[in-house]
Write a protein that binds this ligand. Structure first.
Ligand SMILES: [Zn+2]
Length: 272
């Protein structure tokens, strides 16, 4: 596992000099901005981290995993490699929300509480290319697959599907939605949560550092999602989690369009 910190700042002679003293040579862009990435195993990282804190710089974090870390994880989050199109109707964002969800308990401020009541609508058959799975823009808690990928990979694991329609209500032939009904809790002690001022529910900042937080309830099915919602602003989604068996089946079948993040093993501290 490698944890990368990306820093984007405006270049000043002092900053460039300090970075050069760390052995990092920066060529600022025409707007005099620069960006660099350093991973935590780099011997210069502690000094850079201290310097950044003193300067008040913030960074964005991403984590990469080795093939063996991914293939030895019992559970993994399912992550999109791409987003295709927008949910319809899309006069504005509310069009698809009203058409697709029961919004009785929905909070416009944080985006939590929508319950699916109808098929998703897409503009037409997705342009799959060589991919077999996709996620729509805006809808980060649902995955869609070709009927073939669903039948070969997901159906044998007991994962149901539901049709996707065009805006005239006709069922599309090359795409289905994967139905995930079971929900599990995750350990929240490493997450940064904030409470919605309007509805009082807690949402967590998207998780980017290290493995995904451990599950604190044991799934009884191989594809589940979290009770906990993630996101910022009016966007909220629950993470989708699959078993290693499903990941292996996807990999062996060469299905493209999704990535995986290992879920950490439960430890005593996760119970807090
Ligand atoms: Zn809210």
């Amino acid at each position: 596992m490698k944890i990368f910190h990306r820093i984007s700042e405006k270049a000043t002679p002092e900053i460039l000099e300090t970075l050069a003293s760390f052995g990092i040579v920066i060529v600022p862009d025409p707007l005099n901005l620069f960006r660099f990435e350093v991973d935590e195993s780099d011997e210069r990282w502690p000094a850079i981290q201290q310097w950044m804190a003193a300067q008040g710089f913030t960074d964005s974090v991403r984590t990469t995993f080795s093939e063996s870390e991914i293939s030895s994880a019992k559970w993994l989050t399912l992550d999109p490699q791409w987003h295709y199109g927008y949910p319809q109707p899309k006069e504005d964002e509310f069009g698809y929300l009203t058409a697709t969800y029961d919004l009785g308990d929905y909070c416009e401020q944080c985006g939590i509480g929508n319950v699916q009541k109808a098929s998703f609508q897409m503009r037409g058959e997705p342009k799959w290319g060589r991919r077999g799975m996709l996620q729509l823009n805006w809808v980060f808690e649902e995955f869609f697959a070709t009927p073939d990928v669903w039948a070969r990979i997901f159906k044998p694991f007991g994962v149901a599907c539901r049709p996707v329609c065009n805006t005239q209500g006709q069922e599309l032939q090359t795409v289905v939605q994967l139905v995930v009904s079971e929900q599990v809790h995750v350990s929240t002690h490493r997450l940064e949560g904030y409470r919605c001022e309007l509805c009082g529910l807690i949402k967590y900042r998207p998780f980017t550092k290290g493995g995904f937080p451990a599950l604190t309830t044991t799934p009884t099915s191989p594809m589940v999602r979290t009770y906990e919602s993630f996101g910022s602003g009016a966007r909220a989604w629950r993470a989708t989690i699959i078993s290693q068996e499903i990941r292996t089946a996807l990999k062996e079948a060469g299905v493209r369009g999704v990535d995986f993040t290992p879920v950490e093993e439960f430890r005593a501290i996760d119970a807090t």
